[in-house]
Ligand binder design. Structure first.
Ligand code: GLY
Ligand code: MN
Ligand code: MN
Length: 449
């Protein structure tokens, strides 16, 4: 490896990125070819000279592996160079303050791209590089910077067209094309996703071990984030939820400031980002290590719903099947407990269960926690194929209501694992943390585990 490269920041094996670009270019060619333009995410100011921690654009990273801000990618079907990066250059003064940069000269070799130019040359170089492309793919109606580039590029191409090939006649949304690719993970991604999942699972184990009455929600959050960082994850892949007692009934609770009490449950929804890839795990367990009977009843019901959803994940099933399987189990359980009335079919039809279960059972997972790619197309749920990764996260959230026994009020329970669709069914990436009630109780009794 070239000693000038920012050490450890770029992958040595570039084949996955090259394959993705080749596959994308092949898809552009099918429709007659053209050029694809994609910027990475901007840096965002937090206040007074500080920025939010930088996170690259997921599509951009997926195609380049490049992790620095201020960059555009150009892919072209019609001639070489087919892959061009516009990026910031080396700058000793800036690097002294802000950190190392890959730079223009090193970028082609480090990223496996055919050419690189300084970002400052983007407007000047684009007309010559895009001339002759019959169509353009770029993020449409996304932000003013992209729109402004296009407003400068198209007139330049039209001027050029007087003496040469016509300007592109069609615009397409680049995001939709890339999103559909990202729905199916390659082997390189699955390795990173398994690592992300394993780190997150161990963070949940740690939270279970250190939990005891009197600690604050933020203490468990701190343990979780420490475990993420200790194993090389960049940090949480979404704001960590540590919700004791009734806080668990607030679906996106992130205050994490309450003190945990004996006799209550705590719901933790926490996942990390490892080399860009998210994990997403929820466990709900007793603060003092022992489920009370009403808690255990509902916990086992949610677990049964999750098992039914997991059993419904296989190639040929649809994205909706796990949700429907989970809802059936939850509704039957709520009818048996007397929380709902009428028949199973009536409750499903009238969706009366939504008082207790108001969210979906899963979403795609990948570079983004709610990953790219439609779940429904042409009004129909997407058919599952091997390589897709989705979460399985049924829950129950019991309100204070006269028609519900008081023992169950304010219980919030969710169980969430990450499932990879395989040839025969699915494989859970996140089971290094226990899920059965007895196994959780056993782990919590053995502090040294
Ligand atoms: N933690 C976000 C989610 O479960 O969807
Ligand atoms: Mn989730
Ligand atoms: Mn989650």
């Amino acid at each position: 490896m070239n000693p000038d490269f920012p050490v450890g920041r770029y992958h040595e094996d570039l084949s996955a990125f090259a394959k993705r670009r080749a596959s994308l270019l092949a898809q552009l060619e099918v429709t007659g070819g053209g050029a694809l333009l994609l910027p990475t995410a901007p840096e965002r100011i937090r206040n007074g000279g500080t920025t939010y921690p930088y996170r690259f654009d997921s599509d951009f990273y997926y195609l380049t592996g490049y992790i620095e801000p201020d960059a555009w990618l150009l892919l072209r079907t019609h001639e070489s160079p087919r892959s061009v990066l516009f990026c910031r250059d080396r700058d000793p003064e800036k690097e002294l303050w802000e950190g190392r940069r890959l730079g223009v000269a090193a970028a082609p070799q480090a990223l496996g791209l055919e050419a690189a130019f300084p970002l400052a040359e983007l407007d000047a170089k684009l007309p010559e590089l895009v001339a002759g492309a019959p169509a353009l793919w770029l993020p449409l109606a996304e932000n003013e910077e992209i729109d402004a580039r296009l407003r400068r590029l198209l007139p330049a191409l039209r001027t050029k067209a007087r003496l040469g090939p016509p300007a592109p006649a069609t615009l397409h949304d680049a995001r939709a094309l890339i999103a559909r690719m990202r729905r199916i993970k390659d082997a390189f991604e699955l390795e990173l996703m398994q690592r992300s999942a394993t780190i997150a699972a161990h963070a949940h184990r740690r939270a279970m071990r250190v939990c005891r009455p009197g600690v604050h929600e933020y203490t468990l959050e701190a343990e979780i984030i420490a475990e993420f960082r200790r194993h090389g994850a960049q940090g949480p892949s979404y704001p960590t939820i540590v919700a004791g007692g009734a806080n668990a009934c607030i679906l996106h609770y992130t205050d994490n400031r309450s003190r945990l009490k004996a006799g209550e449950l705590v719901l933790i929804d926490a996942g990390c980002e490892y080399d860009g890839y998210a994990s997403d795990i929820t466990r709900t367990f007793p603060v003092d290590g022992r489920f009370r009977p009403p808690q255990r009843l509902l916990y086992d019901l949610v677990l049964a719903a999750q098992e039914a959803a997991i059993a419904a994940i296989r190639p040929g099933a649809t994205f909706d099947d796990p949700h429907q399987a989970a809802v059936r189990v939850l509704v039957q359980g709520l009818l048996d407990l007397g929380f709902l009335s009428g028949s199973l079919d009536e409750a499903l039809e009238r969706q009366t269960y939504k008082r207790f279960y108001m969210h979906r059972t899963g979403h795609w997972l990948g570079l983004d926690v709610h990953d790219a790619g439609p779940t429904h197309e042409n009004g129909l749920p997407v058919t599952l194929v091997p390589g897709m990764v989705l979460t399985v996260e049924p829950g129950l959230y019991v309100p204070e209501a006269d028609d519900v026994p008081r023992d169950f009020w304010n219980l919030g329970i969710r169980i969430e694992d990450d499932a990879l669709v395989t040839e025969r069914g699915c494989r859970l990436l996140t089971r290094d943390v226990p899920v059965a009630a007895e196994a959780i109780e056993a782990l919590m009794q053995h502090e040294s585990d």
